[in-house]
Ligand binder design. Structure first.
Ligand code: MG
Ligand code: MG
Length: 251
């Protein structure tokens, strides 16, 4: 069931989203050559807790971290570790959620570390822009398939592929609510969008093909061909006109 939020609930989600967005700014500062992904995770957790919020991911389905930190060919769900040291030339995906007074935010960015390849920079930029292509059609009366089609057609026109095995989602009191929000689809198909729906739109974009595998740790999703992947995610609220950005540090 899709849960429509009222203005009071949306205000709480803006607050959860603001904390989430600020936690990503903390992560961006922390991502440096020589730093472990566990150190980044710890700074994110401490920041969220200082805001009077709870890391949404910590313990979710048994996940051991506050952030998912995934490097290079890792797509999503990388487990923070003292043994994983960030290097110059890496691209580092940090995915964070904060729960504030019962409501969740969810947002992800891909950070280049020092000098990275032109292909990596283009991947990061196409992934970000594909989210904004989705924003153009994310409004009441359109359908979930319009969002997926906007992401996928932009990504494919740039020569990359979208991951299909993992998708965006509704969110609210639960980190994952209905509907699913795939990064592919047909225009005019799928569940209709209504004002007050809150969605995490999260393109996962691969340089090579869309196939992915899960590592033996049971969490880390990697590209099957070992090529780079990028991730960009924000939580938004559907309205009759432009969507509201919930994961906005300026809220
Ligand atoms: Mg996320
Ligand atoms: Mg998400």
């Amino acid at each position: 069931m899709v849960i429509i939020k009222n203005s009071e609930q949306l205000a709480l989600m803006r607050k959860a989203g603001k904390i989430t967005a600020e936690a990503l700014l903390v992560a961006r500062e922390a991502v440096r050559p020589g730093v472990s992904t566990l150190e980044v995770d710890t700074k994110v957790r401490q920041f969220i807790e200082r805001c009077g919020a709870t890391p949404s991911f910590l313990g979710y389905g048994g996940f051991p971290g506050s952030a998912c930190i995934s490097i290079n060919e890792q797509v999503i769900h990388g487990i923070p570790s003292a043994k994983v040291i960030i290097k110059e030339g890496d691209i580092v995906k940090v995915d964070v959620g904060a729960r504030y007074r019962g409501y969740n935010g969810d947002s992800a960015r891909t950070f280049p570390v020092g000098r990275v390849s032109d292909e990596a920079l283009r991947l990061i930029s196409v992934t970000e822009q594909s989210f904004y292509e989705a924003m153009k059609v994310a409004r009441a009366g359109n359908r979930i398939g319009d969002i997926g089609n906007a992401v996928e057609s932009f990504v494919i026109s740039n020569g990359f592929s979208v991951v299909k095995a993992f998708v965006g989602h509704g969110l609210g009191k639960d980190l994952h609510e209905e509907p699913e929000v795939p990064n592919y689809g047909k225009p005019g198909r799928g569940p209709r969008l209504y004002a007050g729906m809150t969605l995490a739109i999260e393109p996962m974009v691969n340089v090579g093909d869309f196939n992915v595998n899960i590592l033996k740790d049971g969490w880390t999703v990697v590209t099957a061909d070992g090529k780079l992947s990028a991730h960009y995610e924000n939580s938004i609220a559907i309205t009759e006109s432009d969507p509201i950005m919930l994961t906005d540090a300026e809220n």
